[in-house]
Design a protein. Structure first.
Length: 438
């Protein structure tokens, strides 16, 4: 397994170089052409339980596209640990795919490189119009006031998955609504010999998603209103400490999870080893690992007090995957046709069903297939209590630097070292120092 720390450092280094390039006049990539009209290369993100599962989901749809258009799509499913580095390298070298999946939180950072095709009114018109997509998904497609750098493909939200049998054996009647309730439930679960809550302490992306939500719940933002990093303010420090303290002080996250980075916490939950899991749209992943829908329940992610909503009641980031086109593609028309195909109502239903995600296309989202109890929690979260990560040019650096800081703190907690306000602030200060100058 690759070192996540190495991947993060590489991403940061490359991101800083890209930021400097973008400030100096944009990407060196040129405009697209139609010199290779019969082929497309497509980098897909790893959405399922494994890369093989993704190939089984996607290849029949790509074959369908080839039958309709005569265009062969060469598929590569890229692991999350490699994806950002691969994309950043491609934006500088110009040697990338024609079409690719990107984490929606990276949209503004990749937009700043100038390497991606802007989705202006004309380009949106070629795929049926911008108004086909829900507003929450469009809010994570690039910097405010600019044409989107990508098109929404899958929408997701975080939820709390809980094992019904473990809860019943511990005498817990309902899922926790607040973090204090979760910690209290954890003591009952631990007394029965089960682990409480799964986490991916070595996964920088998972780390940033969770501490972003904790920050919102503490009334804080990682960036000032003018886009400058503000990682060391007291509320941010308190938010990060609260998350890491779920392992260090509250003992609800097992110390072994500090090294998890590749869905191991999902596997532990699916095997009945852990009582709870915080994850994005996990149902299909759990099913593929043999867990029945009837074995677990789905509830909103806990908040500090009260119930989920806006402001300090935010309980998820606006999660999702966007579909982007490299500006220098050699099959611009084919790439546009492929985006139209993947965001068509029929394909949206097929793909989002396969990944238990929510279609960002309005008409597809209204389909009865997405009105299950599990989806109701996710849809309600996206509509009422989710917030988009900062759409700033340095967002990818923010993810890797702060995500790595949290990874380091989890490693300290697992080793039995004290997690103090000062130690958290010191890690966040190092992360802030790695950010590019405004």
């Amino acid at each position: 397994m690759r070192s996540i720390r190495a991947a993060a450092v590489g991403a940061v280094t490359m991101s800083l170089a890209l930021a400097a390039t973008a400030c100096g006049g944009g990407s060196s990539t040129g405009g697209g052409s139609n010199d290779s009209p019969k082929t497309l290369t497509y980098w897909a993100s790893n959405q399922g339980a494994s890369i093989e599962v993704d190939k089984q989901v996607l290849q029949p749809e790509l074959d369908k596209f080839q039958k309709q258009t005569g265009i062969k799509v060469k598929l590569e499913v890229v692991p999350w640990s490699d994806l950002l580095n691969r994309i950043l390298t491609a934006t500088t070298s110009g040697q990338g795919p024609d079409v690719l999946n990107i984490g929606n939180t990276w949209s503004a950072s990749l937009q700043a490189t100038g390497a991606l095709l802007p989705w202006d009114a004309e380009n949106f018109g070629k795929i049926g119009g911008k108004d086909r997509f829900v507003d929450s998904a469009l809010g994570s497609t690039g910097a405010e006031g600019k044409d989107p750098a990508a098109v929404p493909l899958y929408s997701m939200a975080y939820a709390l998955y809980y094992n019904k049998k473990i809860f019943a054996d511990a005498g817990i009647a309902k899922p926790p609504v607040t973090w204090d309730e979760l910690v209290a439930d954890g003591k009952k679960i631990s007394a029965k010999g089960k682990s409480v809550l799964g986490a991916e302490g070595g996964n920088v992306s998972e780390n940033i998603h969770h501490v972003f939500v904790f920050a919102k719940q503490h009334g804080a933002d990682f960036f000032t209103s003018d886009g400058k990093p503000d990682f060391t303010n007291d509320n941010i420090v308190a938010a990060v400490k609260q998350y890491v303290d779920l392992m260090a002080k509250d003992k609800v996250i097992p110390t072994g999870d500090a090294e998890y980075a590749q869905n191991q916490s999902v596997s532990d939950f699916a095997k009945g080893k852990q009582a709870m899991l915080l994850w994005q749209s996990a149902s299909s992943n759990l099913k593929s690992q043999g867990m029945s829908d009837s074995d677990y329940g789905i509830a909103p992610v806990p908040v500090q007090s009260g119930t989920p909503g806006t402001g300090t009641q935010v309980n998820s980031m606006v999660a999702g995957i966007n579909l982007a086109v490299f500006k220098n593609t050699k099959n611009l028309d084919g790439a546009t046709k492929f985006v139209k195909f993947m965001t068509s109502d029929d394909e949206q239903k097929i793909l989002n069903t396969a990944y238990s995600s929510i279609p960002p296309v309005r008409t597809a989202q209204e389909d009865a297939a997405f009105n299950t109890p599990a989806n109701a929690v996710l849809k309600d979260t996206l509509a009422t209590s989710a917030s988009a990560l900062p759409q700033v040019a340095s967002e990818s650096q923010f993810e890797t630097t702060v995500g790595t800081a949290v990874k380091n703190l989890f490693a300290d907690a697992a080793a039995g070292r004290a997690i103090t306000t000062d130690s958290v602030k010191a890690e966040l200060e190092k992360a802030q120092q790695q950010m590019p100058a405004a």
